[in-house]
Design a protein around this ligand. Structure first.
Ligand SMILES: CC(C)(C)S(=O)(=O)N[C@@H](Cc1ccccc1)C(=O)N[C@@H](Cc1c[nH]c[nH+]1)C(=O)N[C@@H](CC1CCCCC1)C(O)(O)C(F)(F)C(=O)NCCN1CCOCC1
Length: 330
């Protein structure tokens, strides 16, 4: 089997991307944020208090003839940005872009934090991390990818995110039309459950490439790129008026400032993030101060290659044993 579905930016700065999925019988369509940084599949549901739902599509298991409650199972998750949700669990038919799993664990929210309520374009998350991170108790559940893997032509999914345009998540095949040149594969460390890999270095603008190992996670659920402070300060030293603002929680600069590109290495391959991706967004609508798409990871304890980096490449998440991750130009 294979599947292919669109990844659509939810706003004009690509803060996140959503992908349509169908759940149950008859099918209920929701827009989920596919997230390689977590491994829970949870949705706004008929169990979510009305006060916490603001226009999101919901999944109603009682309207699905194939839904079955997973007795006594609960889940609770907190994300890096402090947002959180929790609830109970059903299994039901689940389809993404023509690829179906019959008994997928669908975690229904009984409580979501305010940031989820206010994010009206996200009806839930579909975790594509390793199933070891799943929070369902007493028995943790498998991700959609892990459930689908055995029936896929190839045990892979690929990510082709685009700036201000619809990209794709493909399952089970690698579409040669989506990339150019060769795919460079590097090992993945699955502890504690992220797609963790080591980049071979970086360059700022047209400067020399600095060869150094930068271990971090490939995370479709994180908007920006978070790297070691030394690298980030070297970058913003080239940006006139840039400051690391405690007030705004990161590097900001005059929107009129010229920004260099940022190049990162994967093995011998080099990927360049265009300046436009790093001039992330005005700190407030109409402001002449912009927030950077490259930020320091010092507060996170982990380096994160988020959407700003993923948009610059075609990425293969290879779920074979051992897993690897492949990067190609596009
Ligand atoms: C607003 C912003 C300044 C641009 S932002 O950078 O905060 N953007 C958010 C994403 C977002 C999208 C839409 C609206 C609002 C917020 C962002 O990038 N959040 C990251 C920031 C971060 C990461 N690390 C530290 N901080 C995050 O939490 N991403 C998680 C998914 C998000 C959660 C909020 C809703 C959108 C999806 C994540 O899953 O990718 C994660 F990896 F960062 C994470 O938190 N994974 C949870 C891992 N746990 C480990 C224990 O077992 C359970 C799973």
């Amino acid at each position: 089997d294979t599947g292919s579905a669109a990844a659509v930016p939810i706003d004009d700065v690509d803060i996140a991307y959503v992908t349509p999925v169908t759940i149950g019988t008859p099918p209920q369509t929701l827009q989920l944020d596919f997230d390689t940084g977590s491994s829970d599949l949870w949705v706004f549901s008929s169990h979510t208090p009305a006060s916490q739902v603001r226009g999101q599509e919901i999944y109603s298991p009682n309207k699905s003839s194939t839904a079955k409650l997973l007795e006594g199972h609960t889940w609770s998750i907190t994300y890096g940005d402090g947002s959180a949700s929790r609830g109970n669990v059903y299994v039901d038919n689940f389809t993404v872009g023509g690829l179906s799993v019959a008994q997928q664990a669908v975690q229904t929210a009984q409580q979501v934090s305010s940031s989820f309520t206010s994010e009206t374009n996200i009806d839930g998350l579909l975790g594509l991390g390793f199933s070891t991170l799943n929070t369902v108790s007493p028995k943790s559940q498998l991700t959609f990818f892990d459930n689908a893997k055995a029936s896929l032509d190839s045990p892979v999914f690929t990510v082709d995110l685009k700036a201000q345009a619809a990209g794709t998540y493909d399952f089970g095949f690698i579409d040669k039309a989506k990339y150019t040149g060769e795919i460079t594969y590097v090992p993945v460390n699955t502890n504690p459950g992220y797609w963790t890999f080591t980049s071979s270095g970086y360059a700022v603008g047209s400067g020399s490439f600095s060869s150094q190992s930068i271990t971090g996670i490939a995370d479709t659920g994180t908007s920006l790129v978070y790297l070691p402070t030394a690298i980030v300060t070297a970058y913003y030293r080239q940006v006139s008026g840039a400051t690391n603002s405690r007030n705004y929680g990161g590097y900001v600069f005059p929107c009129s400032s010229a920004l260099p590109t940022f190049t990162f290495g994967v093995g011998d391959a080099r990927f360049t993030i265009p300046s436009s991706y790093i001039s992330y967004s005005p700190i407030a609508p109409g402001s002449s101060t912009c927030f950077g798409g490259l930020q320091s990871s010092s507060g996170l304890g982990i380096n994160i290659w988020g959407d700003v980096a993923l948009k610059a490449a075609f990425v293969v998440f290879n779920g074979a044993n051992p897993p690897t991750i492949g990067w190609a130009k596009k």
